[in-house]
Write a protein that binds this ligand. Structure first.
Ligand code: SIN
Length: 542
């Protein structure tokens, strides 16, 4: 393929990738969709909470906007958030048109409540199987539409073509040599990086490779320090971590510590429905105070029938561990959940490089600010996916506004060795222990040194072959730690024990660009040397 007009390549098969594929084909283009695993595997499939839209009789887009902005702790890109909430009802209508079976109550769409939402505005499908229902429906549509799909094709490297468009280098399962695909435009919808953390609600595929691949191509990243932790993930020795949806607290479940005491009102006036970052840190401090590995979610006052019908996925999972939420307390602890940062884009999905677009969790539009409001993530994939599809039809030059500060990271290059057997689990421990819910400079510098030594061993030399897949994980982890060290304040999901308050000078988006000259990722330099903080007055996105 020589990259003719109208032949975009979409990477990733979560809600954003599937939706862009479908819509761009409806608009008359001929997309190809590639995914590193099977078509159905992505974070979308595991999303329990639902999808937010101001469609209830007592709701208004202005209220959804207000809640989104408040959760984002001073960093929400107001233009992106307005687009998100205003276009939400239309995108939900698209999902209905594609056949997503949203739950209804007495003939009306059923709406649930979640933390930090001032109204019941969460649509769900199959109770807590919303992501699964959406993913199944869109996937079936993609297949029925005859869209060209390549499964088990991992993105290894990207480069712009001199004659226009982009070239993607893919590693196909079982093939010794890479496959090269040329495209008119490249859309990265590769999802988040939650599985770089030892404790996570995410599936194994969420490794953040899209960020590393884009960063190596010199694409601007933003907000990488903002990793959202979900407060309530099932926590039992030997059991898989499993999301226990926030919607359970929306239905009235309470958190209790191991002494049986409800504790959330001691931390926030909204109690169990406080913003996610507040609940996460409250749980962490209760666990530390009581020296326990978890706290408990108490839904025992709710009816068994209601719990089984509204939360069938959670109910079935707990049954495997002989737990019945109408009788038993559920052991929960926080875990990495959502990557707020990623490839810096504008609201049309345009990155800093012409023809390279991104949407969904891998993109950083600034729509979530420093802390995402629950059930805005599936919505983000749809709303900005639609903008990307239109951009593919009528490409117009543009890109993200420059962030208020930029950290320059020179391209990593090392000995090009194989990924050491222990590296993946070491990376996950490093991030969890040093770049987790509570961070500080000493821990972040330790993390950077350890990640740099992994990168030193496995990154190929300049101009060599594409790095091994494990190198992407290490590099994305490095970039998260690097941004977290640079942001010397606490805001939203980013909490620094050495800078425990928000600072006005940091009310800005932090960019990260690979290809600068000051620092090699083999050394962790003090951030003040290369962060050019321009001050709050120069913040373009707030
Ligand atoms: C949840 O169901 O609690 C998670 C929903 C989300 O992350 O938006």
């Amino acid at each position: 393929m020589a990259g003719p007009r109208g032949r975009p390549l979409i990477v990733g098969s979560g809600i954003a990738g599937l939706y862009v594929a479908l819509r761009s084909q409806e608009l008359g283009l001929r997309p190809t969709l590639v995914t590193k695993a099977s078509l159905e595997e992505s974070n979308t499939r595991y999303a329990q909470g639902g999808i937010a839209a101001a469609v209830g009789p007592d709701d208004a887009v202005g209220l959804h906007l207000k809640d989104t902005v408040r959760a984002g702790d001073g960093l929400v890109n107001a233009k992106a958030a307005r687009i998100l909430v205003e276009e939400a009802p239309r995108r939900i209508a698209d999902l209905v048109r594609f056949g997503v079976p949203f739950d209804t109550l007495e003939g009306q769409v059923a709406l649930g409540r979640e933390a930090a939402h001032s109204r019941a505005r969460i649509l769900h499908a199959g109770g807590d199987a919303t992501g699964l229902r959406i993913e199944e429906t869109l996937r079936e549509r993609v297949v029925a539409a005859g869209i060209e799909v390549r499964e088990r094709a991992a993105l290894r490297r990207i480069a712009p073509r001199p004659e226009g468009g982009w070239r993607a280098e893919l590693a196909l399962d079982g093939a010794a040599d890479p496959t090269l695909l040329d495209a008119s435009e490249l859309v990265l919808a590769t999802g988040g990086a939650g599985n770089l953390y030892r404790e996570t609600s995410n599936p194994a595929v969420a490794m953040g490779e899209g960020v590393a691949v884009a960063a190596r191509a010199g694409v601007l990243l933003a907000d990488m320090e903002f990793v959202q932790f979900h407060p309530t993930v099932f926590h039992r020795e030997g059991a898989p971590r499993f999301l226990i949806t926030e919607a359970l607290r929306g239905e009235g479940a309470h958190l209790r510590n191991e002494r049986g005491e409800p504790f959330m009102t001691r931390y926030h006036p909204l109690g169990d429905l406080a913003p996610r970052d507040v609940v996460t840190r409250a749980i962490r401090s209760e666990m530390e105070r009581t020296r326990q590995p978890s706290v408990f979610l108490d839904a025992t006052h709710l009816s068994r029938d209601r719990l089984a019908s509204r939360f069938p996925t959670v109910f079935r999972f707990l049954a495997d561990y002989a737990l019945d939420p109408s009788r038993d307390l559920i052991p929960v602890a926080p875990a990495a959940h959502f990557t707020i940062g990623g490839i810096a884009t504008d609201t049309e999905g345009r990155s800093s490089r012409t023809g390279l677009l991104a949407c969904g969790e891998v993109a950083a539009t600034g729509v979530h600010g420093a802390n995402r409001l629950g059930s805005n993530s599936l919505l983000e994939g749809l709303v900005f996916g639609e903008h990307v599809a239109r951009q593919l039809l009528h490409p117009v030059r543009g890109g993200p506004a420059p962030p208020g500060a930029v950290v320059a990271v020179p391209p990593p290059h090392g000995a090009g060795g194989a990924v050491p057997a222990g590296a993946p689990s070491e990376i996950r421990s490093i991030l969890w222990e040093e770049v987790g819910i509570v961070r500080n400079a000493a821990g972040l510098q330790r993390a950077l040194r350890r990640l740099a030594s992994i990168l030193d061993a496995i990154e190929p030399a300049d101009g060599g072959p594409a790095p091994a897949p494990g190198a992407d994980a290490a590099f994305t982890a490095y970039l998260i730690a690097r941004a977290a060290l640079a942001r010397e304040e606490s805001r939203g999901a980013h909490y620094r024990s050495d800078f425990p308050r928000p600072r006005p000078a940091w009310r800005l988006h932090l960019g990260l660009r690979v290809g600068g000259a000051e620092e090699r990722p083999t050394r962790a330099a003090a951030p003040a040397r290369e962060v050019k903080a321009l001050g709050a007055s120069a913040v373009p996105w707030t």
